[in-house]
Write a protein that binds this ligand. Sequence first.
Ligand SMILES: C[S@@+](CC[C@H](N)C(=O)[O-])C[C@H]1O[C@@H](n2cnc3c(N)ncnc32)[C@H](O)[C@@H]1O
Length: 252
Amino acid sequence: MRDEQPNVARMWDYHLGGDRAGNADRRLADAVTAVCPELPLAARANRAFLGRVVRHLHGLGVRQFLDLGAGLPTDRNTHELVCGSRVVYVDIDPLAVLHNRIGVVGNPHATVVHADLRDPELVLRHRDVRHYIDFDRPVAVLALAVYHLVPDVEEPAAGVAAIYDHVPPGSYLALSHGSADDAPERAARVTDLYAGAGIPLRPRSRAEITTLFDRFTPVGPGLVAVDRWQPSASPGGAVTAGWYGGLGRKTG
Ligand SMILES: C[S@@+](CC[C@H](N)C(=O)[O-])C[C@H]1O[C@@H](n2cnc3c(N)ncnc32)[C@H](O)[C@@H]1O
């Protein structure tokens, strides 16, 4: 089974240098990397964005994190970046859920929920989410490198709207998303490769991704290439031109 059907969680792990991919995952990941050679670098830049944004939020006093589409655990996972904070990982993939559960064993502040973020009400009202996250206090919702795996035009907007309505003022949404803006032909080839493996992919334009933050107040530089979001050092070349990231705050 593991070698028959490529899987985005394991492919992402492979791009990040992990060892949990099977043959089919590696084949598709290699085919995609042949089209977009910068993808492994972009995956790492996306993780670095996660690290910066989570530390920034912790510095602002946020102590609750809901990590949607968390992926297979890799080094410096959210709960390791903000020790003592409440962290709930959510993923649709059973293997990602299993590995994250192993990663948080014995940690009273972190848990893992197996759920589909396309059903935001189910996620937000999930017993374990409500047990760990106090929705009367600010919470940071993280949706990194996941909404481009939701092809439906309406669902991402409906998802972030449900999040906005559910969280109290002072809460945050951090989001990163693949885009076709800089290289539409390459993005179309990647989308076709994914489609051939039964994996839906929907890169969105910067304008489309911006609308996901509609009701949130931008924090920092706004929606930018992920390695341009408050980099600790000059980011140099635009390795992540096709990857946007941003942070928004619910103010009202
Ligand atoms: C590309 S990985 C990103 C992982 C991590 N957020 C990161 O930025 O490194 C996408 C993850 O989202 C998960 N995913 C995809 N669709 C999902 C859905 N509808 N609900 C929950 N998780 C989903 C996949 O299983 C995978 O683990």
